[in-house]
Design a protein around this ligand. Structure first.
Ligand code: PGA
Length: 248
């Protein structure tokens, strides 16, 4: 069974609501590709205007963060049911910026993955190693451990709907992309980890993205690899280049 390619923009903390609507309009005709799932993961304040702006298009809506409770006294947070009700389909979980800057650990990330599924959202679960771990040569064990912890208690049927994003931290926002071979090596290892944790059918179904300075120039080579099913795109998602990645 061929896996459907998924190209997701991670807008991070960029785009005011009016800029967001403008960007959607700029990209509208550039991101059309019937063979690709196209997703905009946007800041919370942009969710409602972007939901409106993408209506009738091929783009699905994603969010960047939420808290694990449904509602209540959690000042400043938004919940998975709120996202769902606003039209969100995908949710980024475990991004290295949330792990490193906001102190999210694998226990919370695991709770978020389970909560997202319970609320009817599809997680884009991020993993990846620091430059120190890459240099030490222990990145494989590190990523295996992240995946194992983050998916604790998640069912095979859920994992078939999951997207995993491999994002080496040293390649995020740095302009330094992992080579296609480096990215493929880890994405293949992630698929083998899913086969070990679940079974072959689940490993074949799960979609694995590469992320980290993917751009219009390097996307085609990365996406040609057998275990890379898409990309999670930061900087290049805010420009017309995103359309070139969708059509790479
Ligand atoms: P980048 O970010 O494409 O700007 O490197 C990717 C990400 O952090 O998801």
């Amino acid at each position: 069974m061929a896996r459907r390619r998924i190209i997701a923009g991670n807008w991070k903390m960029n785009m005011t609501p009016s800029q967001a609507v403008e960007l959607v309009a700029t990209l509208k005709d550039l991101v059309v590709n019937p063979d690709v799932d196209v997703v905009y993961c946007v800041p919370a304040i942009d969710i409602v205007p972007v939901a409106e702006a993408i209506k009738g298009s091929n783009v699905a809506l994603g969010a960047e963060n939420f808290y694990i409770e449904d509602k209540g006294a959690f000042t400043g947070e938004i919940s998975a049911p709120m996202l769902k009700d606003a039209g969100v389909k995908y949710i980024i979980i475990g991004h290295s910026e949330r792990r490193d800057i906001f102190g999210e650990n694998d226990i919370l990330i695991n709770q978020k993955v389970k909560k997202a599924f319970a609320a009817g959202l599809s997680p884009i679960l991020c993993c990846g190693e620091s430059l120190a771990l890459r240099k030490a040569g222990t990145y494989t064990e590190w990523i295996k451990r992240q995946i194992t912890w983050d998916l604790d208690g998640v069912t095979a049927d859920q994992v078939k709907e999951l997207v995993i994003a491999y994002e080496p931290i040293w390649a995020i926002g740095t302009g330094e992309t992992a080579t296609a071979d480096q990215a493929e090596e880890v994405c293949k290892m992630i698929r083998e980890t899913i086969a070990d944790l679940y079974d072959e059918a689940t490993a074949e179904a799960v979609r694995i993205q590469y992320g980290g300075s993917m751009n219009a120039g390097n996307a085609a080579e990365l996406l040609a690899k057998p275990n890379i099913d898409g990309g999670l795109i930061g900087g290049a998602a805010l420009k017309p280049d995103f359309g070139k990645i969708v059509n790479a």
